[in-house]
Design a binder for this molecule. Structure first.
Ligand SMILES: Cc1cc2nc3c(=O)[nH]c(=O)nc-3n(C[C@H](O)[C@H](O)[C@H](O)COP(=O)(O)OP(=O)(O)OC[C@H]3O[C@@H](n4cnc5c(N)ncnc54)[C@H](O)[C@@H]3O)c2cc1C
Length: 386
């Protein structure tokens, strides 16, 4: 079967790219190795900036069919200390990723995309004008090939765009979902600061579940697992309630990597588009999928796709990585009484697209005012004002 575009992976990046292409009248195939709906390890917090992107597409019709909980409160916690910000607007939506991803791929199919699940991409051959794509469910042909196959992208490796991400480039996060009635929770998006290298914990209130987890640098993996277990035991009402963690890696954005060549494009996690400070990846998956679809619809080059992505994300990813590295242990936010500043930063990160440069503005204000001693602000000042 011959398609204009074949997309490998039906996570947010692949499904949304497929939806956008189908909407533009392009013949598109999306394949995924899993049987859908499938489990996906995630905190399940869809930021309001991601919601805005998909709500333009009447995604509300699909969201209404899944269990989701709008949150309008951000809580920062460190030991017994706590600070919160409540707004009259939706700051994000807590969902089960299984349902959310299924809704996205259904939207793509309703717009005209073909979807085949339990279909694993193995490799492809370049026939010069098209690609011959070998999968566990047969051979497909397409003019373009999109790698939306996550952090360990096979498309990236087979096409030699990149080998695996190195461990130091990645974060690791573990999470579990627990029925709401069994947990002590604060009905919002709670971020919890521990002694975890470059990371934090969370407790996100869903409709009938609470998602609890911890993320940080992959190199600190043992500590992340230990801290997550302690956090859950701290929050569940009955300490003998069974719970099970799932973990996965996150590729931190901030480095310029090759993400496209000829008619092959990487999107989402496959391209390394995760915010190092917040761990958010869904927005960047959706947005890069959209940029890829626009590039293909306009018959623009792989270079153009790369330029557009990096123009939109790169500087924000860099500032986010700087913030993460410089801050180190995030308990400093409370020790140095700047929790209110960070509440505002979390609010902005959830609600503002990267084009508005929220990390840049936040770090800029920190460096300018220089509220020492929490940050080595002279160092940051030299980075920003040099
Ligand atoms: C514990 C944890 C918590 C997180 N919490 C949040 C959060 O709250 N909010 C947020 O925005 N982000 C969060 N993230 C990040 C977010 O989950 C990812 O950034 C996001 O899923 C990336 O989407 P994607 O479509 O690029 O890739 P994925 O969602 O990983 O989808 C890739 C798809 O490709 C398929 N695939 C892989 N290989 C093949 C193959 N060879 N053939 C066919 N199919 C293949 C997979 O089955 C999968 O369905 C979290 C990550 C972790 C690990």
């Amino acid at each position: 079967m011959k398609y204009d575009v074949a997309i490998i992976g039906a996570g947010p990046a692949g499904a949304y790219c497929g939806k956008d292409l189908a909407e533009k009248g392009i013949k598109v195939l999306v394949v995924d190795k899993e049987k859908f709906p499938r489990h996906k390890t995630c905190g399940g917090l869809i930021s309001s900036k991601a919601l805005k992107l998909i709500q333009d597409d009447c995604f509300d019709n699909y969201l209404n069919n899944i269990k989701s909980n709008p949150v309008n409160k951000i809580i920062l916690t460190c030991g017994q200390k706590e600070t919160e910000l409540e707004k009259n607007q939706v700051l994000g939506m807590v969902v089960r990723r299984k349902d959310f991803d299924d809704a996205l791929i259904n939207m793509a199919m309703d717009k005209g995309a073909d979807f085949v699940d339990r279909c694993e991409y193995k490799y492809h051959r370049d026939l010069k004008n098209s690609y011959e794509i070998h999968t566990t469910r047969g051979i497909f042909y397409s003019d373009y090939l999109i790698g939306a196959d996550g952090v360990f992208s096979n498309v990236a490796q087979v096409s030699k765009l990149r080998q695996r991400f190195l461990k130091w480039e990645m974060g690791l996060a573990v999470s579990c979902e627990i029925p709401k009635e069994l947990v002590i929770e604060k009905n919002g998006a709670e971020f919890i600061f521990f002694k975890v290298l470059g990371g934090m914990g969370w407790c996100f209130s869903g409709k009938d579940l609470v998602n609890i987890g911890v993320g940080g640098y992959a190199l600190d993996s043992k500590n992340i697992s230990k801290t997550a277990k302690k956090l859950v035991l701290d929050r569940i009402k009955n300490k003998s309630t069974p719970f099970k963690f799932h973990g996965s890696f996150l590729p931190a954005g901030g480095r310029k990597r090759q993400i496209a060549r000829e008619r092959i494009f990487l999107v989402g996690d496959a391209a390394g588009f995760v915010d190092a400070f917040s761990g958010e990846g869904i927005y960047y998956g959706l947005k890069s999928g959209k940029i890829a679809a626009e590039t293909i619809a306009k018959s623009q080059s792989a270079r153009k796709y790369e330029q557009e992505c990096y123009k939109t994300f790169l500087s924000e990813f860099r500032y986010s990585a700087i913030l993460s590295v410089v801050l180190g242990d995030r308990r400093r936010i409370f020790y140095n009484s700047i929790d209110k500043n960070f509440l505002k930063a979390f609010y902005t990160v959830l609600t503002t697209p990267p084009e508005m440069r929220c990390y840049r503005n936040f770090i800029y204000s920190v460096a300018k005012d220089g509220f020492s001693p929490i940050f080595p602000y002279l160092w940051m000042k030299s980075l920003i004002f040099a």
